[in-house]
Design a protein around this ligand. Structure first.
Ligand code: GLA
Length: 386
C-alpha cells in the first residue's frame, strides 16, 4: 500500500524527496448505535483497514490533493480559501480539518501536497470519512508540531464534519479511529468521553462484516433528521425531568416520563436511544463475564430496535441480519453504523463461517438481486506514521 501511495504521489506531484506517510483506521461498532449524539455509550473497535496519506509540507500556501482511489480526483486549493465548496468534493474532509485546526488557533505556516489511498470499501459505512479526518489531524500534528492529543483529533474531526461538511454525526467514528487499540474494543461514554478498552480477541470466533453493497444512500439527511427527533424528544423530557441527554435515563425511568413526548414516532426514536444505551452497558458486562451468548442476544435485540423503533435499517440490512440469525454458529448479528445501507457485523463461530457465507449470501442474492460481500476483520490500532 505504501509503495503504491508513494508512486502515486510522485506521479502526481513530480517529486518524492522528504515525503512522509501516515495511516488512520476505519471502525466497526459492535453495539450502541445512534446513542453517541444522545450522551449514551458505544462499543466500537478500529479496523486494520483504513486510509493512508503521503504528504509533504510546501513553502507556499497551496494545498494540493489527489486520491488514488478514483479518477480525476485532483483538487488544488489554498490556505487562503478554506470555505467548503461542491467543487472541492472529497477534499472538503481534509480541508475541514485544516479549517478546524485554524479555528483553534493552530495556523498552518505553509500548505502541503497530499496523496491518499484507502482500503475501506466505498460506501460501506465503515467510516472512511472519519478515518480521513483523523488521518489529516494526525498528519498536521506530526508535520506542523501542533500540540494535540488523539482525543483532540477525534473532537476536531467530528467538529469539522458537523460544521464544515454538514453531517451532524456524533463522536463515535472519529474516537474509534483516533483511539483504536489492537484486539480491543473501546467502551466509550459519549457524555464525558471517559472510556476503557475491552479485549475482543475471541477464541474460535470471528468478527464478520457483511456489506449490503447498496448503491444509493441518503444517509446524511435521514441521519440528521433522526438526530433532530432525539433533540426534540429530549427537550420535551426536560420539562419533566432533569437530564442532559437521553443516555441519562434507564429504561425504567424512561417508561415513567415518556408521555411527555407528544408524538408517537418521536417517542419510539427516544425509546431506542434509551434502551440501546442500556443494552450496550449490559453487553460490555456480558463480554467481561465471558457470557458471549448474552452478548449476541443483545446484538440481535439492537438490530430489532434499529429496525422497528429507529427505522434506519431497510430490506438489505434486515435480510442480512435475519438470515444470519437462522444459523446455529452465529452468536449475534446486527447492522452497524448509521444504517440505511452499509454493513452488518456478526460474531460467528469458526466452524460456521462457510455455512454463514453460503446461506446468507444465497438468500441475499435471491431477495435483493445482487451480491453482498463478506470480510473477516481484525481489530487494529489507531493513527500512526507508516
Ligand atoms: C454514524 C455516525 C456516528 C454514529 C453512528 C450511529 O456512523 O457518524 O456518529 O451516530 O452513525 O451509531
Amino acid at each position: 500500500m505504501k509503495q503504491k501511495l508513494l508512486e502515486g504521489f510522485e506521479k502526481e506531484f513530480g517529486y518524492s524527496q522528504g515525503v512522509r506517510c501516515f495511516f488512520a483506521p476505519g471502525r466497526v461498532n459492535l453495539i450502541g448505535e445512534h446513542t453517541d449524539y444522545n450522551g449514551g455509550h458505544v462499543f466500537p473497535c478500529a479496523l486494520t483497514i483504513g486510509t493512508y496519506a503521503a504528504v509533504k509540507k510546501r513553502d507556499d500556501n497551496l494545498l494540493r490533493f489527489v486520491s488514488l482511489n478514483f479518477e480525476n480526483s485532483r483538487v488544488d486549493s489554498s490556505l487562503d480559501d478554506l470555505t467548503p465548496s461542491e467543487a472541492a468534493g472529497w477534499t472538503n474532509y481534509p480541508k475541514g480539518v485544516v479549517w478546524a485546526f485554524e479555528g483553534r488557533g493552530m495556523k498552518l505556516d505553509h500548505g502541503f501536497d497530499m496523496a491518499v489511498i484507502g482500503n475501506i470499501p466505498a460506501g460501506s459505512g465503515l467510516s472512511s470519512s472519519a478515518s480521513l479526518e483523523v488521518l489529516t489531524g494526525y498528519m498536521l500534528k506530526s508535520l506542523y508540531g501542533f500540540d494535540v492529543t488523539n482525543t483532540d483529533l477525534a473532537i476536531i474531526g467530528q467538529y469539522s464534519e458537523n460544521n464544515y461538511n454538514g453531517m451532524n454525526c456524533g463522536i463515535m467514528d472519529q474516537f474509534a479511529s483516533a483511539m483504536g487499540k489492537e484486539d480491543n474494543a473501546i467502551f466509550l461514554n459519549t457524555a464525558d468521553l471517559s472510556f476503557e478498552y475491552a479485549p475482543i480477541k475471541l477464541d474460535g470466533i470471528k468478527l464478520v462484516v457483511t456489506n449490503t453493497n447498496k448503491k444509493h444512500k441518503l444517509t446524511d439527511s435521514q441521519y440528521n433528521a433522526r438526530r433532530s427527533s432525539c433533540e426534540a424528544a429530549l427537550a420535551e423530557l426536560q420539562t419533566v425531568c432533569d437530564i442532559k441527554g437521553l443516555g441519562d435515563l434507564t429504561p425504567e425511568e424512561f417508561e415513567k416520563v415518556k408521555d411527555a413526548i407528544k408524538d408517537d414516532d418521536r417517542r419510539r426514536k427516544a425509546k431506542h436511544a434509551v434502551y440501546e444505551n442500556a443494552r450496550t452497558l449490559e453487553a460490555v458486562e456480558a463480554l467481561k463475564a465471558g457470557e458471549l451468548d448474552r452478548f449476541g442476544k443483545l446484538m440481535n435485540a439492537s438490530h430489532v430496535s434499529l429496525r422497528d423503533d429507529y427505522d434506519v435499517t431497510g430490506i438489505e440490512l434486515d435480510t442480512l441480519a435475519e438470515e444470519a440469525w437462522k444459523i446455529d454458529g452465529v452468536i449475534g448479528s446486527r447492522m452497524t453504523g448509521g444504517g440505511f445501507g452499509g454493513c452488518t457485523v456478526s460474531l460467528v463461530r469458526d466452524e460456521a463461517i462457510d455455512e454463514f457465507k453460503e446461506k446468507v449470501g444465497a438468500a441475499y442474492k435471491e431477495k435483493i438481486g445482487y451480491d453482498c460481500t463478506f470480510y473477516i476483520i481484525s481489530v487494529g490500532a489507531g493513527p500512526r506514521e507508516v
